[in-house]
Design a protein around this ligand. Structure first.
Ligand code: NAD
Ligand code: MG
Length: 391
């Protein structure tokens, strides 16, 4: 029986993970749950169904509300960022599924690594912020970082059984998002609803917007650099609208190995949970004859500047990826709140990167401080653009 702590239990990845736990009750149990706490009734239902030892909610009031909804014996109830860290550190899990969205996952994920727990990593923003520190901590404690992101799960599978020294490059596929065919001149006027219409994947709002700007693929380039210890220029992006080929690895002899499947996050989540074994997934099967055609294109770097900005941040290193991620999170939230237009997302990130501090990233504490400064600065820049109070 594998004991799971699930960070982000109420999200798109979290709910899919709980489905899998229900499908394999003899294989998995849930020992820890964490979420923001905006839907306490739902979390109470999860507690009744999965009987975790501990639950951590960001919000103290939600924690107290949860306490009132549950009859004893209750799980241990924790709250706040420290509660999330304590959950990862103290609850004896065999695997921590890191599926919070954004930088909020950084400290809990680091705590899981420091406690020596195997990590199933969906929360790519943490690797973008602190890839060098996280992978170094994982190496020191022999902690496995198992990818959940579908592209990285594909690469991980394509690398199995091969020598890393023989890798020529990694080809990350991208659906191209909802604006693949939209003329550049129209992008300034697209709406939140347009941007939330992802052609192939059903996901949380933040990653769906990231997929529309192609920042998601930029973040994934950085994620691949750290997960697979490759040089930035060894990671290439190929647009593949059908989302069937989840990614590929090209070897020095010219052989290209690909992983294919239907677009269902259940497959990479389950693989991370059962690795190195496989289980029959209750997912649809790939029927290539029905798919008929697989097509591939060069990404349009001019139309989607986020791809270039992410690469520049990776090459600059140090604080730049932290600033890239913070600026993106603040800008995407502002876009979702209809405070800025779609193309302003990239503009704000570009401005923030110009002001990014230089030098190496010494510690997680430094990372947290740079993240907070960058968020404040971008929030100020948005206020200035909207003619409100100055930064
Ligand atoms: P989501 O928005 O659906 O869910 C996010 C979860 O995190 C929720 O449970 C929410 O309560 C929790 N949360 C958010 N902020 C929090 C905070 N400050 N403190 C505590 N809890 C907080 O997001 P998602 O689509 O499930 O994505 C989660 C992560 O997985 C992201 O990093 C995303 O990039 C990555 N990912 C998602 C998919 C997908 O198919 N959804 C695919 C690949 C990678
Ligand atoms: Mg992905």
């Amino acid at each position: 029986m594998k004991r799971i702590t699930l960070l982000g239990a109420t999200g798109s990845i979290g709910l899919r993970t709980l489905d899998l736990v229900s499908s394999f009750p003899e294989e998995f149990s849930v020992v820890g749950l964490a979420a923001r706490g905006s839907n306490v009734d739902r979390i109470a239902d999860m507690c009744r169904k999965y009987s975790p030892q501990a639950v951590a909610l960001l919000d103290v009031e939600s924690r107290d509300q949860l306490a009132r909804l549950l009859t004893p014996p209750r799980p241990e109830l924790l709250a706040g960022p420290d509660g999330l860290v304590a959950l990862c550190r103290d609850v004896d899990a065999d695997i921590v599924v890191s599926a919070l969205v954004g930088g909020a996952g950084l400290l809990p994920t680091m705590a899981a690594i420091q406690a020596g727990r195997t990590l199933a990593l969906a929360n790519k923003e943490t690797l973008v912020m602190a890839g060098a520190l996280m992978t170094a901590a994982a190496r020191t404690r022999s902690v496995k970082l198992l990818p959940v992101d579908s592209e990285h799960s594909a690469v991980f599978q394509c690398l199995t059984g091969h020598s890393r020294a023989d890798v020529h490059r990694i080809l990350l596929t991208a659906s191209g998002g909802p604006f693949r065919e939209t003329p550049k001149a129209h992008l300034a006027k697209v709406t939140v609803e347009d941007a939330l219409q992802h052609p192939t994947w059903k996901m949380g709002a933040k990653i769906t917007i990231d997929s529309a700007t192609l920042m998601n693929k930029g973040l994934e380039i950085i994620e691949a650099r750290w997960l697979f210890d490759v040089a930035p220029d060894q990671v290439q992006v190929v647009v593949h609208p059908q989302s069937i080929v989840h990614s590929m690895v090209e070897y020095i002899d010219g052989s290209v190995i690909a992983q294919l499947g239907v677009a269902d996050m259940g497959v990479p989540i389950l693989y991370a949970l059962t690795y190195p074994e496989r289980r029959p997934t209750p997912a649809a099967r790939l029927d290539l004859v029905r798919v008929g055609q697989l097509t591939f294109y060069e990404p349009d770097a001019d139309k989607f500047p986020c791809l270039r900005l992410a690469r520049a941040a990776l090459e600059a290193g140090g604080a730049a990826p932290v600033v890239l991620n913070a600026a993106n999170e603040v800008a995407v939230a502002a876009f979702l709140e209809r405070r800025i237009g779609f193309t302003e997302i990239a503009e704000l990130i570009e401005d923030a990167l110009t002001d990014a501090p230089t030098g190496p990233l010494a510690s997680i504490e430094a990372c947290v401080a740079i993240d907070a400064d960058a968020r404040r600065a971008v929030q100020g820049a948005i206020d200035v653009r909207r003619g409100g109070r100055t930064a």
